[in-house]
Design a protein around this ligand. Structure first.
Ligand code: NAI
Length: 420
């Protein structure tokens, strides 16, 4: 078995943490038990490019239990938990290619290493694996062998849809991100909590009483805004979409343009999936001591090259916090090198919410195994039946019961005749 990880010595620590996460992943655990019996993924070769976390480890174990051969590389150079990588290699015999802090060249070398498996399925988080498979540098025979893939995050789905629109996508993808049991919960509650967790772990900032600017009021942004408010911050939202801005206003947030917002901000967090949301004119207007972080997928939301240019000095203020000194002496603090702060400076989403995201992943793979012959080369939604099953299983795990429709109600809801 091939692998490239930091060390195998951390395996027992990794295993302990993976087992702990599994306690909060009852839905995935029940799927794993069924997969062990039914072997629905038998014969599949899965290359996964995901954050190498305890939750991902439990997903990889589920795929293996279902009969798949699987390998894993990182979907971000800073999110790899080296102890988890070690346990997957040592305890589960799953090939992992990921080292925390790897440079860009190693990051892509690791993506390429997963392709040695000659995958029939890809699992991606941000579409770097898919775009690598489609690039000129990759042997074209490899992409021909892939029957389908899945995509975990908003940014990846946007990239893949634009590949499909241009007619260059060479195999079908299921957009796991777009399942309601994924983005309603993972993006909102998962990112909401873990983004602040990352910032707090890195800075030890007291959120109460600070002015926090949240850029983007999509699924992630609204989660962060509501959690920051819950911790006592004065929250300002910035948006470019009128409808989302209106939602933020009616949720009780102040909405103003970024240029004004930065003048008040103690902390700015970007969650837009967009580029250069914080740029030169904003750095120039920021208060001395302002903290900047990003929780969107790529490290392009903050224009770091420009921040570097504007600065006369850069030093590590604390682990995960770079202090930039500007010409006029003001200091700006960048957390986690502008990469997903919840994964760079904390542990990513709590396991309980990843339970639902990764249940969607596992069940989507089972669906692909059964149905891939019928797919075209485009981006598909997760079937509604899977989405509903995940919600039902999660409710069961919480011990929550709900009502069922009576026959009379079913008839009423399906008829148009009855009015006032
Ligand atoms: P979304 O599409 O629901 O929301 C993005 C929002 O940003 C939209 O409302 C859009 O109008 C707004 N926006 C775009 N450009 C803007 C600008 N220049 N200024 C202000 N607002 C702007 O997307 P979602 O699901 O909230 O994801 C956002 C990003 O977070 C994506 O890159 C996604 O991949 C990533 N993500 C990160 C996670 C993490 O663990 N940190 C977890 C899930 C998603």
């Amino acid at each position: 078995m091939n692998y490239d990880i930091k060390t195998t010595e951390l395996a027992s620590v990794g295993k302990q943490r993976i087992d702990w996460a599994n306690r909060f992943m009852p839905v995935l655990d029940s799927i794993r038990a069924r997969f062990e019996d039914e072997q629905p993924l038998n014969g599949l070769r899965v290359a996964a490019c995901l954050h190498v976390t305890t939750e991902t480890a439990n997903l990889m174990k589920t795929l293996k239990a279902g009969g798949a051969e699987a390998v894993l590389c990182a979907s971000n150079p800073l999110s790899t938990q080296d102890d988890v990588a070690a346990s997957l290699v040592v305890d589960e015999a799953i090939g992992v290619f990921a080292i925390n802090g790897e440079d860009t060249e190693t990051y892509y070398k690791h993506i390429d290493a997963t392709l040695d498996l000659q995958p029939t399925i890809t699992m991606d988080d941000g579409a770097d694996l898919v775009s690598r498979l489609h690039s000129e540098e990759t042997n074209p025979a490899l992409v021909e062998q892939v029957v389908a893939g899945t995509e975990e995050t908003t940014t990846g789905v946007i990239r893949l849809k634009s590949m499909a629109a241009e007619g260059v996508l060479k195999y079908p993808i299921i957009a796991v991100n777009d399942a309601r049991t994924k983005h309603f919960f993972d993006n909102r509650y998962g990112t909401g909590q873990s983004t602040l967790d990352g910032i707090i772990r890195a800075t030890n900032l007291l959120i109460a009483g600070t002015t926090v600017v949240v850029a983007g009021y999509g699924w992630c942004g609204r989660g962060v805004a509501s959690r920051a408010r819950g911790l006592g911050a004065n929250v300002i939202v910035t948006e470019v979409n009128a409808l989302k801005a209106l939602e933020a206003v009616m949720d009780g947030f102040r909405v103003i343009p970024m240029q004004k917002a930065v003048q008040e901000a103690d902390l700015v967090i970007t969650l837009t999936g967009d580029i250069h949301v914080l740029r030169k004119e904003h750095f120039e207007a920021m208060k001395d001591g302002a903290i900047i972080a990003n929780s969107g997928h790529f490290n392009v939301e903050i224009d770091i090259p420009v921040l570097e240019k504007l600065s006369v000095d850069k030093q590590l203020a604390r682990p995960y916090v770079d202090m930039y000194t500007l010409e006029d002496g003001r200091k700006l603090y960048l957390v986690g090198e502008g990469r997903l702060v919840n994964l760079a400076a904390a542990e990513g989403h709590p396991a309980s919410v990843m339970d639902m995201s990764f249940a969607n992943q596992a069940l989507s793979l089972e669906y692909i195994a059964k149905n891939h012959d019928q797919f075209e080369n485009r981006v598909y939604d997760v079937p509604e039946s899977i989405d509903e099953m995940v919600a039902e299983l999660k409710l069961q795990a919480f011990g929550v019961e709900i009502d069922t429709l009576t026959d009379e109600q079913v008839k009423y809801l399906n008829s148009w005749e009855m009015g006032t």
